[in-house]
Design a protein around this ligand. Structure first.
Ligand code: ATP
Ligand code: MG
Length: 562
C-alpha cells in the first residue's frame, strides 16, 4: 500500500482522551478514532489488524470443526425473555426505542433458538457453531479504548452435546484452540479458573493478560502456576489462635468510633481481634455476614453460599433491623441468619459492634455465644498469602480478560425447551458450552505487550505489514526509481509492504512515523548507500540497522521473519 494514497492519520502528541498505552498508540498510529464514549471506528490500518486476528481465529475454529454463522445483532426481545436475561443484563442491555427488540450483548439465546429447531435427535450431535459478530453492551465506564467498547467484535462459539462427557470433549477442543489462537497472536497470557457470572453453568476458565490497564483482579502463584480470578481465588491466610481463656461479653462506650481503624486506635488493638459485620437482604430477610476486621466480603463467594439473589441493606434498613448504623452493628443480639468467614472459626475475645450507636462489645466467644454459627470461605484473598497448592506466597494483580470458556450445561436449553430425543425415545435438554474472544481486546493486549517509547512494535503475527519501505527523498529520480522497483520486488516476493512514497515529508518525519506504526522491518532507500547498490534495513524490535546489498534484501528479510 502506498502511504501517499492511504488514510493513516498519525498523531505526534498523546491525545487527552487516552491514558492506557494501547489506547494512546492506536489513536496515535491512526488505527482507530472515537465516535462517542466506548464507540470506535476502525480506520484502514486498524481494520487490517482486525482481519488478521479474525483469520487466525477462523483457522483454529475450522480446525475443531466449528461451523461459521452470522446472526443478527438486532434481536426480538421475547427470545431474551425466555431465559430471563433482559433482567439479568439490566442496564448493560441496549434497548431500542421499539421495546420489542434488543441489541445483542452475546448470542446464547439466538443460537439456542436455532438449535431447538434443528437439533432434535441424538444423531444430530455434536455441533460447534460460531460467528465473529458485533456485540452491544452499555458498559458503565468505557475509558480504556477498544479494551472496553460499547460496541465490539466477539468471536462467540457454542457447543451442543448430549452428555457431559461430550461437553468435556467440546470444551477441551476450545481450550486447546484458544491456546493456539493466542500463541499465534504473539501474546503472553495465563489461564485462570473463573466465576460464571450472569452466564451461569458449571465450569469456566478465563484467558488473562497481566496489565495495569486490566479491570480484572487475579491471584497467581509463580511457583506452581495456580491462578484464579479474585472472585473465586482461595489462599491460606494467617490464622489467629483462640486465646486460652474466654472473657465474658462486656460493653464499651466508643463515642464517634465508626470504622475498624478507629476502633483499633481507640481500643489499642489490631484488626485481627475485630469482627466486622455486613448486612445483606436475602429473600426479604436480613443476613449478617461476619468477617475478620482486615478482610473484605467477596460477594461472588457469598452468592455461592446463599444460592439466591441478595443485596446490601440500605442505611435506613440497617437502623430498622439492628437499631444501629453501619459501624456499630454486631452478631450478638442480631436476629436472623449469621454467616461467618472461616478465618473466624472458633475465635474468642473478639470485639464487634453492640447494635447500639457509639457502643461496642468485647469478650465475644463465637463458639460459646453463637453456637449455631455457620462458617464458609467468604473473604477476598490478598497478596502475600500462601498458595493452597504449594504454600508459596501468591501475588494479586490486575489483568485483562482476553477470552472466556464456559460449560453452560442445560441452563439455556432447559429454559428455552431445546430438547433432543435419545436412543430410547426420551427427551432431554441439550448440553451446551459457550466460548468468547474479544477481537479488539486481542489487538489492544498485543499492543500492551509489544510497544516501546517510540511506538508500536508489532510481532510479525499481527503486523498490518511486514515491511515498511521508506523512500527518503522521493523527489530525486534515482531514489524514486529504486524505491519503486523494490516495492514491486518485495510484493512479488509475497511480503505485505507499506511504501512511504510521500514526496513532501522529511526524513525525520518518516522515521518517526515508521517507528510509531511499528512494522517489524524497515527498508530505507537513501542517497548515501545507493552508489554501492545497498539499502539500510532496520529491525524495529531491536533497533539494529544493517546495510544490505539490494540483491540480498529478500533473503535477509525472509530469514528475519521466518
Ligand atoms: P468483562 O468482565 O471484561 O466485562 P465479560 O466477562 O463481560 O468481560 P464475556 O461476556 O465473557 O466478557 O465476553 C467474552 C469476551 O468478549 C471477553 O473475554 C472479552 O474478550 C470480550 N469483551 C467483553 N466485553 C467487552 C467490551 N466491552 N469491549 C471489548 N471486548 C469485550
Ligand atoms: Mg462485561
Amino acid at each position: 500500500m502506498r502511504q501517499s494514497k492511504t488514510f493513516i492519520p498519525t498523531l505526534k502528541e498523546v491525545p487527552n482522551e487516552a491514558t492506557v498505552q494501547s489506547h494512546i498508540l492506536m489513536l496515535r498510529a491512526g488505527m482507530v478514532r472515537s465516535l462517542g464514549a466506548g464507540i470506535y471506528s476502525f480506520l484502514p490500518l486498524g481494520y487490517k489488524v482486525v482481519k488478521k486476528v479474525c483469520d487466525i481465529i477462523r483457522k483454529e475454529m475450522e480446525s475443531i470443526e466449528g461451523q461459521e454463522f452470522h446472526l443478527p445483532a438486532l434481536n426480538p426481545r421475547e427470545i431474551w425473555e425466555e431465559t430471563n436475561r433482559v433482567e439479568a443484563f439490566g442496564d448493560t442491555l441496549f434497548h431500542i426505542k421499539n421495546r420489542d427488540y434488543v441489541l445483542a450483548p452475546t448470542h446464547e439465546e439466538i443460537m439456542t433458538w436455532h438449535a431447538r429447531r434443528v437439533l432434535k435427535s441424538y444423531k444430530d450431535f455434536p455441533q460447534i457453531w460460531y460467528q465473529i459478530q458485533t456485540k452491544f453492551r452499555n458498559e458503565p465506564r468505557p475509558r480504556s479504548g477498544v479494551l472496553r467498547g460499547r460496541q465490539f467484535l466477539m468471536k462467540d462459539a457454542y457447543s451442543f452435546d448430549i452428555s457431559s462427557e461430550g461437553l468435556d470433549i467440546s470444551y477441551e477442543k476450545h481450550n486447546k484452540a484458544y491456546h493456539r489462537i493466542f500463541d499465534s497472536c504473539g501474546l503472553q497470557y495465563f489461564v485462570v479458573g473463573a466465576s460464571s457470572g450472569a452466564m451461569g453453568g458449571s465450569g469456566s476458565e478465563e484467558f488473562m493478560v497481566p496489565s495495569d490497564a486490566g479491570e480484572d483482579t487475579v491471584a497467581h502463584c509463580k511457583q506452581c502456576g495456580y491462578s484464579a480470578n479474585i472472585e473465586i481465588a482461595d489462599a491460606i491466610p494467617e490464622l489467629t489462635n483462640r486465646s486460652d481463656e474466654s472473657k465474658t461479653v462486656y460493653e464499651i462506650s466508643t463515642p464517634q468510633v465508626k470504622s475498624i481503624d478507629e476502633l483499633c486506635a481507640f481500643l489499642q488493638i489490631t484488626e485481627e481481634h475485630c469482627a466486622k459485620s455486613r448486612v445483606y437482604i436475602v429473600d426479604n430477610s436480613p443476613v449478617l455476614v461476619l468477617m475478620q476486621g482486615n478482610d473484605e466480603v467477596n460477594e461472588t463467594k457469598l452468592g455461592k453460599t446463599l444460592g439466591t439473589p441478595f443485596r446490601p441493606a440500605h442505611h435506613d434498613e440497617l437502623q430498622e433491623i439492628t437499631g444501629a448504623d453501619a459501624g456499630s452493628i454486631g452478631p450478638i443480639g442480631f436476629t436472623g441468619r449469621i454467616i461467618a468467614d472461616r478465618r473466624l472459626k472458633d475465635r474468642n475475645n473478639l470485639f464487634s459492634g453492640a447494635n447500639k450507636n457509639d457502643f461496642h462489645l468485647g469478650g465475644i466467644d463465637l463458639t460459646r455465644d453463637i453456637p449455631t454459627l455457620e462458617y464458609n470461605d467468604l473473604r477476598t484473598v490478598t497478596s502475600g498469602e500462601r498458595c493452597i497448592r504449594c504454600n508459596e506466597k501468591i501475588g494479586v494483580f490486575t489483568a485483562i480478560e482476553l477470552g472466556h470458556i464456559f460449560k453452560l450445561g442445560t441452563k439455556y436449553s432447559a429454559a428455552m425447551g431445546a430438547l433432543f430425543t435419545d436412543e430410547k425415545g426420551d427427551e432431554h435438554p441439550i448440553i451446551m458450552g459457550s466460548y468468547g474472544i474479544g477481537v479488539e481486546r486481542v489487538i489492544a493486549c498485543h499492543i500492551e505487550q509489544h510497544h516501546d517509547e517510540r511506538g508500536i512494535v508489532w510481532d510479525k503475527s499481527l503486523a498490518p505489514f511486514q515491511v515498511h519501505l521508506l523512500g527518503l527523498n522521493m523527489k530525486k529520480d534515482i531514489i524514486r526509481e529504486t524505491a519503486e522497483e523494490l516495492y514491486t520486488e518485495l510484493q512479488n516476493a509475497g511480503f505485505e509492504v507499506l511504501f512511504d512514497d510521500r514526496t513532501d515529508a522529511l526524513a525525520g518525519f518518516k522515521f518517526n512515523d515508521a517507528d510509531l506504526l511499528g512494522m517489524p522491518v524497515q527498508v530505507i532507500v537513501g542517497e548515501k548507500k545507493l552508489p554501492e547498490q545497498k539499502v539500510e534495513v532496520k529491525f524495529r524490535k531491536t533497533g539494529e540497522r544493517k546495510d544490505v546489498p539490494m540483491d540480498q534484501l529478500i533473503q535477509e528479510i525472509t530469514n528475519y521473519l521466518s
